[in-house]
Design a protein. Structure first.
Ligand code: NAD
Length: 250
């Protein structure tokens, strides 16, 4: 049987790269999408070095033509994407009174418009296959976080998007779920420390005080959760938000 194909956005580094590698280890062929195809090359090389099959795709998920073309290219050159992980994301943090309209729009565009465009393009392949898995990246920030009015709104929006897709697409054998990471050690966390004007080490030490398991998360911690949602056995898990944060979140 030909391997199923997964498409992971924002997979050049960080959480997306770990998810792409993990799904490849689980037996999927993987479309590795990021803004520039050349940035995705390292993730593709890591997958191929482990015996997997992957394709680098350059696209801006918030651009309608780009998103559609990337999904079409994935389908033509690798296989129809029946797993989609909407992971691409940006931060434009700042207190509300300083937040520019562009900061607001850019965050909405990448997280919400991007997830919408990619999912609308990919779902046709899933309904045709009668099987699909959509996994969206939310965040503990969906519950509110100082300096992140734009990001928190987008990540809460992703949860509403997820639950609605779960209702609409369930009958086609497609599940849609959300992973909400806590503090995960990636470039995004380094950026947050920079914004606060402290070193990453100091930032991490402060965060760890509030994390019951006593460490910040690693990209592989999130990849494990995505891997679960993508399995056949997870067929009855639909429309859920799983916080992966080293402790309870509410
Ligand atoms: P990261 O900044 O390390 O990586 C994000 C990737 O997305 C980059 O490779 C970037 O080039 C890509 N990207 C950005 N805009 C894009 C666009 N328009 N089109 C295509 N690709 C684009 O971030 P990360 O920490 O790995 O975060 C991944 C996801 O997890 C994001 O959705 C983020 O909001 C979420 N998240 C991260 C954390 C954390 O602590 N790191 C916590 C909660 C949620």
């Amino acid at each position: 049987m030909t391997a199923r194909t997964a498409l992971v956005t924002g997979a050049a580094r960080g959480i997306g790269a770990a998810v792409a590698r993990r799904l490849a280890a689980d037996g999927f062929q993987v479309g590795v999408l990021d803004l520039r195809a050349e940035d995705a090359a390292a993730t593709v090389a890591a997958i191929e070095a482990s015996g997997g099959r992957a394709l680098a795709l350059g696209a801006d998920v918030s651009d309608e033509a780009d998103a559609a073309a990337a999904v079409a290219r994935c389908a033509d050159e690798l296989g129809p994407p029946v797993v989609l992980v909407n992971n691409a994301g940006i931060l434009r943090d700042g207190a509300l009174f300083k937040m520019s309209t562009t900061d607001w729009d850019d965050v909405m565009s990448v997280h919400l418009r991007g997830a919408f465009l990619m999912t609308r393009a990919a779902q046709a392949h899933m309904t045709a296959a009668g099987w699909g898995r959509i996994v969206n990246l939310s965040s503990i920030s969906a519950l509110g976080n100082r300096g992140q009015a734009n990001y928190a709104a987008a990540k809460a929006g992703i949860q509403g998007f997820t639950k609605t897709l779960a209702i609409e697409l369930g009958k086609f054998g497609i599940t849609t779920n959300c992973v909400g990471p806590g503090y995960i050690e990636t470039d995004m966390l380094t950026l947050t420390a920079e914004r606060m004007g402290i070193s990453y080490e100091e930032f991490a030490a402060r965060m760890i005080e509030g994390i019951p398991v006593g460490r910040v998360g690693q990209p592989d911690d999130i990849a494990s959760a995505v891997s679960f949602f993508a399995r056949d056995e997870a067929a009855f898990v639909n429309g859920q938000v799983l916080y992966v944060a080293g402790g309870p979140v509410d």
